[in-house]
Structures are given as structure tokens and as C-alpha cells.
Design a protein around this ligand. Structure first.
Ligand SMILES: C[S@@+](CC[C@H](N)C(=O)[O-])C[C@H]1O[C@@H](n2cnc3c(N)ncnc32)[C@H](O)[C@@H]1O
Ligand code: SF4
Ligand code: SF4
Length: 379
């Protein structure tokens, strides 16, 4: 089906029309124990309940990670990411009511780790409501450039159930970060955002990350970035540049092996969170690609119109729409599309970290942070 057709069909109303495929989670998920509120919406599942339901999704071989795009609009002008000029930014976006319906439907698969992404997600004034809707059932976290974060907003988001916030900084040198993002004080705003989020945490499971893209010219910046994160009791994570967002090879790191260097930094700095098995594959990715992508099996993408694809880069080839197909049908179609996938174009955090969970060593390294409420790096 041509890209956007699902969306166009749906966008005429811009509201989810309940269909016959919709099944109440309470009918099929006995682990759900919350009561109804005065407004008849379920209260949020507790963290322990969510962890059990996440484990169940994992053991049932259902996807456990979803990137859910809330907008493709962006007010920054990064050279290594062209979302700010993506025509999808002009399409109608899901409403909060749709996020409520969609999150409840996805909960039939279990509790998922949901990366609320974009574009710049915080461009949406209803962003806290989106977090609340997703956080009722799932673990929501956000990646942001940080430009809109105030202390009040950070508190509101953590109160709404945000599990974690990642703020993107790629250079410890402010001038270089600002130049790369095309905004004069992008660095200062991002650091302030880390500080706001860090101070606004309410629960031991809420985490803050500094998120870096490994580019052609910033490997020398990485250790300083880890230290900046540590100053704010935040973790550090990194993913390599992929050409799929721009079509350009210009930003690819090509200066030699990097895995051992990053693993060395991870051994040195306790707040370097990226899974070692993910970091261990950076060299293979940069030398040509990591095979056996689990997109569509372990993780998938929902675009800003509700169309579902195996990953964000495949959003132009959706397999279903969250508001039209049942959760089981969505999973069936994702599995079908993932068969024989030979793509090696990215080694994004979402792909690498999730795939680590399917290897014994990677699973052992990630479990403590997922299960034991390690929202802050240990000293
Ligand atoms: C697409 S952005 C959306 C969220 C937000 N606008 C931001 O910049 O944090 C999500 C993450 O992908 C990173 N990113 C952007 N372009 C990339 C590329 N070509 N390869 C790898 N990561 C990229 C961003 O730096 C950010 O950490
Ligand atoms: S990386 Fe984020 S801030 Fe930069 S253009 Fe892409 S979406 Fe916008
Ligand atoms: S390797 Fe290809 S299919 Fe797999 S997540 Fe990356 S871009 Fe998507």
C-alpha cells in the first residue's frame, strides 16, 4: 500500500473511531489490577506490574520496544538529520485521545518500552498528556534536543509517569555542538535540560541520559561528555551515525576501530550505560553492518499518523495502522515483513540495545538497570 494511505484514510476524522477489532485489555490481561477513575480511565499500572508484563512480552517473543513518533517537525537544523525538512512533518498527527487508545491496544502485547520520539517531541504542547497516556500501561521515555525543557515541564513529565529522558549532545565544546545543530545556544539549553530533568526526578527508577551520536569528528569529545553527564547524576549513551536520515556518508566515523576505545571508557566511567555487547559491535557496523536485524520482531515503529513499520527508517513502507488493525494483526504483519530482512543500515541504540537483550551476556548486563530501579548511576 502506498505510503500515507493508511494515514490519509484515518486523518479525515483525526480521531480514533472505535472499531470491531478493539478488545479491552482488562478482558485478556488478568495482571491488570487498577481501578477505574472518576473519568472512567484506568489508573496507571505500577512499576512492578509493568516489569512483569514486560517480562511476559519478552518471553512470549512479542516486541518489547516501540519507537512512537509524535511529530516529524523540528525547529533545529542538524546537518546529520534531515527530519526538519521531512515532508511528513506536514501530515496530520495523532491526538492525545488516539495515544490513549493506541497505548491501551498495545498493552494487549504486554508492557513495552516506548521511546517517544520525532522530530522534536517537545514541540507538541500536549506532550505531558501523551506521556500520561502511554505511561498508564508502558515505560515511556523521550529523546529531545532539550530546547524546551524547563524545571516545571520536567517535573510535570516525571509526575505524568516518564520513565526516562535522553538529551542529545554530540560535542562537549559548546561552539561545535551549536554549529552542528544550527542553533546558537543549543548546547547551553541541552545542559540546562539535563539539570532540570536530573533535579525533577521523583522515583528511583526515573533516569536521565546524555545521548550522543558518534559522528566523523567527535570521538575526542566523548570522555568529556561522559563527565558532563556524571556532573548531573545522569547516564551517558552513544549510537553511531546512520546514513538513512540524510543519504550522506559525510558524517560517518571512518578513522579506525572504536569499539575497544568505547569499552575502555565504559570500564572507566560508571555512568556510561550503553550495553557492552552493543558497543562491541560498533566496529562491525562501521566496517559494513551488523546482520540479523530484529526490526519487526523485537522492536518496531509507529509514525506520527499511526502507521506501523518494522523500524523508523522503513516508515515509508508501513505494514498496518495502529488504529485500524488489532494488536495481534499488527504483530503478525510485522513478523511477516521482517522475514528475510537483510538491511544493515543502522546500529541505532534502539536496535543494538534491544538486540543485546537476546544474548545471554547482554541480557545480564542490562537486567539490573531494567529491573532494579537503577535510575541513577551508582557511585
Ligand atoms: C531523531 S532525534 C529526535 C529527538 C530530538 N529531536 C533529538 O535530537 O534528540 C533522536 C536521536 O537520533 C539522533 N540522530 C539524529 N540523526 C541521526 C543519524 N543520522 N544517525 C544516528 N543518530 C541520529 C539524535 O541526535 C537523537 O539523539
Ligand atoms: S536530530 Fe533531533 S534536533 Fe536535530 S534535526 Fe533531527 S530531530 Fe531535529
Ligand atoms: S538495520 Fe535497517 S531494518 Fe534494521 S533497524 Fe536499522 S534501518 Fe531498520
Amino acid at each position: 500500500m502506498p505510503r500515507g494511505l493508511f494515514a490519509l484514510r484515518h486523518s479525515a476524522a483525526l480521531r480514533y473511531i472505535p472499531g470491531s477489532e478493539r478488545v479491552k485489555v482488562s478482558q485478556i490481561a488478568p495482571a491488570f489490577t487498577s481501578d477505574s477513575q472518576a473519568d472512567d480511565r484506568p489508573t496507571a499500572l505500577g512499576p512492578t506490574n509493568k516489569k512483569w508484563r514486560l517480562l511476559r512480552a519478552y518471553l512470549s517473543r512479542n516486541p518489547i520496544w516501540c519507537a512512537w513518533q509524535v511529530t516529524y517537525k523540528c525547529n533545529y537544523r542538524c546537518g546529520f538529520c534531515h527530519y526538519w525538512r521531512d515532508p511528513m512533518g506536514a501530515l496530520p498527527e495523532q491526538t492525545v485521545e488516539m495515544f490513549e487508545e493506541g497505548a491501551e491496544k498495545l498493552a494487549q502485547l504486554g508492557t513495552l518500552m516506548i521511546s517517544i520520539a520525532g522530530g522534536e517531541p517537545m514541540l507538541r504542547p500536549d506532550f505531558p498528556d501523551i506521556v500520561r497516556a502511554i505511561g498508564r500501561w508502558h515505560f515511556p521515555f523521550v529523546t529531545t534536543h532539550g530546547g524546551f525543557v524547563t524545571r516545571d515541564l520536567a517535573e510535570e513529565l516525571f509526575s505524568a509517569g516518564l520513565w526516562g529522558a535522553s538529551i542529545s549532545i554530540d560535542y562537549a565544546d559548546p561552539a561545535r555542538h551549536n554549529k552542528s545543530r544550527g542553533i546558537p545556544d543549543a548546547f547551553q539549553q541541552a545542559v540546562r535540560a539535563i539539570e532540570h530533568f536530573s533535579r525533577a526526578r521523583k522515583h528511583s527508577w526515573q533516569r536521565v541520559n546524555l545521548m550522543c551520536v558518534l559522528l566523523h569528528d567527535n570521538i575526542d569529545q566523548v570522555e568529556e561528555l561522559i563527565k558532563i553527564a556524571a556532573d548531573y547524576d545522569a547516564y551517558f549513551m552513544i549510537q553511531p551515525y546512520s546514513i538513512r536520515k540524510t543519504g550522506s556518508k559525510r558524517f560517518r566515523y571512518i578513522k579506525g576501530d572504536v569499539s575497544e576505545r568505547l569499552l575502555g571508557l565504559r570500564r572507566k566511567h560508571r555512568n556510561f550505560l550503553s550495553n557492552p555487547s552493543f558497543l562491541g559491535n560498533f566496529d562491525q557496523f562501521l566496517a559494513g553492518g551488523v546482520p540479523d536485524c530484529r526490526a519487526g520482531q523485537a522492536f518496531f515503529n509507529i509514525d506520527s499518523c499511526g502507521d506501523v513499520a518494522i523500524c523508523v527508517e522503513e516508515r515509508h513502507r508501513p505494514v498496518a495502522n495502529l488504529y485500524r488493525q488489532s494488536a495481534r494483526e499488527v504483530v503478525r504483519r510485522l513478523r511477516e515483513r521482517s522475514e528475510g530482512n537483510t538491511c544493515v543500515d543502522c546500529w541505532y541504540n534502539c536496535r543494538g540495545e534491544v538486540e543485546s537483550l537476546y544474548k545471554p551476556v547482554g541480557l545480564l548486563k542490562s537486567l539490573p538497570t531494567i529491573l532494579l530501579d537503577h535510575g541513577r548511576p551508582k557511585n
